[in-house]
Design a protein around this ligand. Structure first.
Ligand code: NAD
Length: 430
């Protein structure tokens, strides 16, 4: 057995997996299969820049496991994308899809690039070239990519277009997270944040806790963080702090309008200084709303009831875990808590709602999108949300049940349940 390296996401994933397989009676061969992705692909993605310069970027796709269905998982464009990160994220997709019981395996990939430094034309050419390299290994029944950090519906449309050109016919189910007019599902954009709010509310209901006025701090104000903030605010939680990569705001008496803060961030490009009174947002309102600026790290250690990492991996480490004052950590980012931090949070009695449950709303609606594409249907938003709520609440119930029965944390319960579901989906002895 290989040794575990600290803070390497893939090594952490392996540790989480081994801790679950120790507690189950699965075939050791299946355990080994899950420790080794089915296929990893690393490719060069050459790009002619607008000014004529030639550059090359590294692209990755990891197909972790497909025992429960086609590989499924996002594509991330970020300078820190590498093979170990992609392997970990692909593995977490295998687990997540089993936790919420959708018929997919796990995949993940991306390009090591800062897309903010590219023009729209460069981004499109890069994506189309990446797709040409991926075409032989993706497809609606094989591997279905989706958006992740710094990728979106437009990028998914370019991928679907390029894929259709290569295979000679339209095949919208090759990717999910598409714009509605290109075969996307109603509610996919909001799904991850909304799904997280369903999980949190269901857990609080089970514990007979009233969400009204519970305070929440959210690190990361992209797709996931912004929708989560809106839905929690709507459900009566008091969202007191928000941050993005450049900093954040702390309003102890509660942010009045998440929409106003979002509009301000869109206009200014950063969230810092977005103190809103009505629709007027300006740093000069700081004293009126009784607020202060906050760093993206400090946000995690504020005196709140619920803290939400919704940005990148390794946000909660052994350094800041000791300082966390919240009773609940809702993991909306993938892999936001290191192993050491997880142990500290457990000792402190903090409830961690694990990423593989909390942020599964996105892949759940991706599954609904894939189903609609294959059946040539278009479901109403309220039907999508009703299905999402049921799926997330059922998964939460099962994780809580396993956690109580086996006397393990919610994370351990989710992994045990996923591994057992994967095991029961195969009778192969290889
Ligand atoms: P996004 O690109 O839309 O937003 C990321 C946000 O994080 C931005 O606000 C960015 O400014 C912020 N950020 C980056 N570095 C930060 C730092 N060091 N401190 C504070 N904020 C920082 O991405 P997203 O789609 O919202 O994804 C966020 C997380 O959720 C990722 O871990 C992703 O893998 C996970 N996730 C996303 C989805 C989805 O459907 N989009 C589904 C499941 C999981």
């Amino acid at each position: 057995m290989k040794t575990i390296q600290k803070n390497n996401p893939w090594q952490r994933a392996l540790q989480q997996l081994r801790s679950a397989t120790k507690r189950t009676k699965i075939d050791p061969l299946l355990a080994l299969q899950l420790e080794n992705p089915d296929r990893v692909m690393e490719m060069s993605v050459p790009l002619r820049m607008d000014n004529g310069d030639a550059r090359v970027f590294q692209g990755f796709r990891v197909q972790h496991n497909n025992l429960r269905g086609p590989y499924k998982g996002g594509l991330r464009y970020h300078p820190q994308v590498d093979m170990d990160e992609a392997k970990a994220l692909a593995f977490w997709m295998t687990i997540k899809n089993a936790v919420v019981c959708v018929p997919f395996g796990g995949g993940k990939g991306g390009i090591a690039v800062n897309p903010k430094e590219l023009s729209e034309g460069e981004l499109e050419r890069l994506t189309r070239e990446f797709t040409r390299k991926l075409t032989s290994i993706i497809g609606p029944e094989v591997d279905v990519p989706a958006p992740d950090v710094n990728t979106n519906g437009k990028i998914m449309t370019w991928i679907a277009d390029e894929y259709a050109k290569t295979i000679g016919k339209p095949s919208p189910a090759v990717v999910t997270g598409k714009p509605i007019e290109r075969g996307g599902s109603e509610g996919r954009t909001e799904a991850t944040g909304l799904g997280g709010s369903y999980v949190l509310q269901h857990l609080l209901k089970k514990r007979k806790l009233d969400p009204k006025n519970m305070t929440v701090a959210i690190q990361g104000f992209g797709n996931v963080g912004s929708y989560l903030a809106k839905y929690l605010h709507r459900a009566g939680f008091k969202v007191v702090a928000l941050s993005d990569s450049k900093g954040g705001i702390y309003v102890p008496k509660g942010i009045e309008s998440i929409d106003a803060v979002e509009a301000c961030k869109e206009k200014k490009g950063v969230l810092a200084g977005c103190y809103c009174v009505g629709s007027v947002c300006d740093v000069s309102n700081k004293d009126i709303v009784g607020a202060r600026e906050i760093s993206s790290d400090e946000i995690l250690t504020l005196p709140v009831d619920i803290v939400v990492p919704a940005a990148l991996e390794n946000a909660i480490t052994e350094k800041n875990a000791k300082k966390i004052k919240a009773n609940i950590v809702l993991e909306m980012a993938n892999g936001p808590t290191t192993l050491e931090a997880d142990t500290i949070l457990k000792k402190k009695g903090i409830t961690v709602i694990p990423d593989v449950l909390a942020n599964a709303g996105g892949v759940a609606v991706s599954y609904f999108e894939w189903e609609q594409n294959r059946k040539n249907e278009h479901w109403k938003k309220r039907d999508v949300f009703a299905r999402l709520q049921k799926l997330m609440s059922d998964a939460t119930d099962t994780v809580i049940h396993v956690s109580k029965k086996r006397k393990v944390s919610l994370r351990e319960a989710a992994y045990i349940m996923a591994v057992e579901r994967i095991a029961s989906s195969t009778t192969s002895k290889l």
